[in-house]
Design a protein around this ligand. Structure first.
Ligand code: ADP
Length: 155
């Protein structure tokens, strides 16, 4: 099983969409193995968005990400990184497909509700940046055999 990081950004908190967003990941069948509220400090925001640090919009992005706490989640599932990206939708909310979180609930290109790991940017490294191993939980979930076939579960 693969694991991937999700951050519900400050607009998700301010717009009262935490439950809606987590609900979409739950309904998809992704298993929540870690969850917490935190403030992103300077170092973390700079590391997290290091590819954009020299872009003119970086200052606004940093201010936005630090404007209120965020909710961090680690989700687990088969090919979880791509599954989570598909239901999140394109970066710019107003261009994202209907049915996705951003397509249904966001308009902005910066204020787009969620960060989700990119397969090109070391998803495991992102999980480890936000969570200690002891904050991640391995537990049995009763719906596994209705979410995946035995072949998919390797049984
Ligand atoms: P995604 O979040 O869809 O993986 P990126 O990794 O390209 O997209 O960008 C990370 C985040 O940086 C975006 O979600 C968005 O909040 C912000 N961002 C990206 N491009 C811009 C831009 N041109 N102007 C303002 N903010 C941007």
């Amino acid at each position: 099983m693969e694991r991937t990081l999700v951050l519900i950004k400050p607009d998700g908190l301010q717009r009262n969409l935490i439950g809606e967003i987590i609900g979409r990941f739950e309904r998809k069948g992704l298993k929540i193995i870690g969850m917490k509220m935190l403030s992103i400090d300077d170092l973390n925001v700079e590391e997290h968005y290091k590819k954009y640090i020299h872009k003119p919009f970086f200052k606004n992005l940093k201010n936005f990400m630090q404007s209120s706490p965020v909710i961090a989640l680690v989700l687990e599932g088969l090919e979880a990184v791509s599954a989570v990206r598909l239901i999140t939708g394109d970066t710019k909310g107003r261009n994202a497909d209907a049915g996705t979180i951003r397509g249904d609930l966001a308009m902005g290109g910066q204020t787009n509700l969620v960060h989700v790991s990119d397969p090109k940017e070391d998803p495991e490294g992102e999980v480890k940046r936000f969570f200690k191993e002891k904050e991640l939980f391995q537990y049995k979930k009763v719906d596994m055999h209705y979410l995946y076939s035995p072949d998919e579960l390797g049984k």
